[in-house]
Every structure is written in structure tokens, then in C-alpha cells.
Design a protein around this ligand. Structure first.
Ligand code: HEM
Length: 145
């Protein structure tokens, strides 16, 4: 459950996030820092260098898709598990994505946000943000068994 100050910390941070910028950067970071994640994106074309990943339009488009999906969690804080039930099932049964990768993505997203907002991303805000992402990661993993 969420306190009022957690709710407003998440809402305030999310308001400042430009999905079209942060989404592509976060997905690109996952692919660069954890290169084995590239195996899921075989049809995305050239991922053979940092420059190729950063300039790949499919990475950019998909980064926006993933971050837009996070908007559903921000707007349904009390129902994140149900909100992601279908998406979890898709990643498990159809996409066969190892659920460990959700945490890797969450960590890259947090680093991109820290890089973007600097000192304004205070330890307190980080703590709340990471609690939020932990719930998202658990929800994305909930249909794996
Ligand atoms: C597709 C969300 C993490 C691999 C998708 C889609 C969404 C989504 C909304 C599109 C689903 C559709 O077309 O119906 C998320 C969220 C994540 C996450 C919210 C974490 C918070 C990951 C991670 C990986 C991954 C970590 C792999 C390392 C894929 C792949 C597709 C996909 C391969 C299909 C892409 C395509 O064919 O265009 N994801 N995703 N996802 N996701 Fe995720």
C-alpha cells in the first residue's frame, strides 16, 4: 500500500518524465549493458555496436512502447498486478523473456532518470521510485510459473 507522500512522489516524478526520451534511452541501455538481452530482439535489425543500438529506430519505438506501458502502473497504483496480468502472460508464454530481465530494465530506467534529473532525484524519491518499480517487476513476473 502507498502513503500519500509516496503517491505524490511517484506522480510528480512521472509528470516530469518525457516518455519519448527516457524510454528509448532505457531500452538502449539494457541492450548495451546486458548484451544477452539482444537475443529477444532478433527482428530489430542491427544491434552490433553502441552507435547502432542508439540509432536503431525500432529500439527507439519499442522503448516508447515499454515506457508508455508504465503509465498504466502509475495510474493504477493499487492494481498493478492485475494491470499487468496479460502483459506478464505475453512475456512468459509468447515472448519467452526471462523474468530476471525485468529487474535489469528497471535498474537501467532508474539510472537514466538519475542521469536526467541529477540532484532533484533525491534519495527519498529514489527509494519510492524503486519501491514502485519493484511492484512493477513483481507484476510483470506474476504469470510465470
Ligand atoms: C513487447 C512492456 C520488459 C521484451 C512489449 C509490449 C509491451 C511491453 C507493452 C508490446 C506488447 C504488444 O505488442 O501487445 C514491457 C514492460 C516491461 C518490459 C512494461 C518492464 C517493465 C521487457 C524486457 C524484455 C522485453 C526486459 C527483454 C529483455 C519484449 C519483446 C517484445 C515486447 C521481445 C516484442 C517486441 C516486438 O516484437 O515488437 N513489452 N516490457 N520486455 N517486450 Fe516487453
Amino acid at each position: 500500500s502507498w502513503s500519500q507522500s509516496e503517491r505524490s512522489a511517484i506522480a510528480d516524478l512521472w509528470d516530469k518524465i518525457n516518455v519519448d526520451e527516457i524510454g528509448p534511452q532505457s531500452l538502449a541501455r539494457v541492450l548495451i549493458v546486458y548484451p544477452w538481452t539482444q537475443r529477444y530482439f532478433g527482428k530489430f535489425g542491427n544491434l552490433n555496436s553502441v552507435a547502432a543500438i542508439l540509432g536503431n529506430p525500432k529500439v527507439t519505438a519499442h522503448g516508447k512502447v515499454v515506457l508508455n506501458a508504465l503509465d498504466n502502473a502509475v495510474k493504477n497504483l493499487d492494481n498493478i498486478k492485475e494491470t499487468y496480468s496479460k502483459l506478464s502472460q505475453l512475456h512468459c508464454e509468447i515472448l519467452s523473456v526471462d523474468p530476471d530481465n525485468f529487474r535489469l530494465f528497471a535498474d537501467c530506467l532508474t539510472i537514466v532518470i538519475a542521469n536526467k534529473f541529477g540532484a532533484a532525484f533525491t534519495p527519498e524519491i529514489q527509494a519510492t521510485w524503486q519501491k514502485f518499480l519493484a511492484v512493477v517487476v513483481a507484476a510483470m513476473s506474476s504469470r510465470y510459473f
